[in-house]
Write a protein that binds this ligand. Sequence first.
Ligand SMILES: Cc1cc2nc3c(=O)[nH]c(=O)nc-3n(C[C@H](O)[C@H](O)[C@H](O)COP(=O)(O)OP(=O)(O)OC[C@H]3O[C@@H](n4cnc5c(N)ncnc54)[C@H](O)[C@@H]3O)c2cc1C
Length: 375
Amino acid sequence: MISVWEKETFYAPQDIIIAGSGFVGLWSAFYLKKRSPKLKITIIDKGIIPTGASTRNAGFACFGSLTELLSDEQKMGTDQMLRLVEMRYKGLEKICNTFHKKDIDMDMCGGYELFTNDENYLVEDLHAQIEYMNDLLEKIVHNKTYKPAGKKLKSFGFSGINHLIRNNLEGYLHSGKLITALLHQVQMQGVQVLNNIEIKKFEKINGRIEIETDQHINLSAKQLLICINGFAKKLIPDLDVEPARGQVLLTSAIDNLPWKGTFHYKQGFYYFRNLGKKVLLGGARNLAVQEEKTFSSSTTDIIQNELERFLKEVILPGKKFTIECRWGGTMGIGNEKMPIHKEISPGVFCCVRMSGMGVALAPLLGEKTAKMMTA
Ligand SMILES: Cc1cc2nc3c(=O)[nH]c(=O)nc-3n(C[C@H](O)[C@H](O)[C@H](O)COP(=O)(O)OP(=O)(O)OC[C@H]3O[C@@H](n4cnc5c(N)ncnc54)[C@H](O)[C@@H]3O)c2cc1C
């Protein structure tokens, strides 16, 4: 049983309850409070800390690699691909405008895409594709995004890579520091954040959304916003969102690490960056696509062994290192790459399916969600 004090404070009826304190839930709360400071907002998270992808990712401030955007264009058409890029680009701008870069270790130092001999491409074709994509992107970024960077290959010391493309608009940040900064920010705006409570069910009764949790506490709000990304099917079974596990590892510090930045390989299925002198590498999900459609965040041998092979044979050939830690996290993907951002029934909204790009997408989506909910 709960006391009257608990009932009238922590569990009091709210204007808005947000499920999920990842980047999307937090940016949404931030913009909701900016638009309507008096709103009573509570964020509920099932973890003792935010426990989805936001605290378990690679920290790329990701704009997207050339081959990723070309592949997106084929699947979604030019306009949709550009819309998604614009959302990422504007999202990254919003992060820079909201926080001091040094507080979240954000560095827009640029990124690269790697190509190996066994990939079926011609350098001349790549150069033509760079020009083509730069022209398409120019109206969004007002700059040249990609350029050939083969000259850097020798100094970077990779093995088996025979071409590089530089992306001037990518960078990285510290996801733990960004989520902590966002949590502090929304709490300063008066948002209540409750952890270790899982939302199990919701139902509209007499004009309010009644919410059942795993803690024998029922909550109630005028509106509910569901930001649980890869876990969305648990609350909204009909939605086109599947969990997709991403796995990562981090090496020990490497003496004289000869490169800095974010790196993509095979349309982004492999990605790595430096974290100081360490290397953070993730991906290889394409090796076990079905097995990785899981809510579990454990690591598996098949993926981790492949990541280690890639490290030893391609990224750090001949260098000494140990693996300091490994982890997994849950992304939300579906048949389409565009996020789902809508009112699913009167008073119930969702903002999910970040398709592995939520660091960059969340700020703009949070702002759009706030507008939709307060229109
Ligand atoms: C290994 C890995 C690497 C990645 N690398 C990058 C990258 O470099 N750059 C990039 O942009 N993106 C990356 N991503 C994707 C990015 O992290 C996500 O797109 C983003 O964090 C999604 O944010 P979110 O707020 O939508 O969801 P989440 O961060 O998953 O937050 C959802 C929250 O909801 C909570 N929750 C779930 N169910 C319930 C419930 N029923 N009741 C209450 N709470 C609930 C969870 O505990 C969680 O905290 C990566 C993801 C992974 C897994």
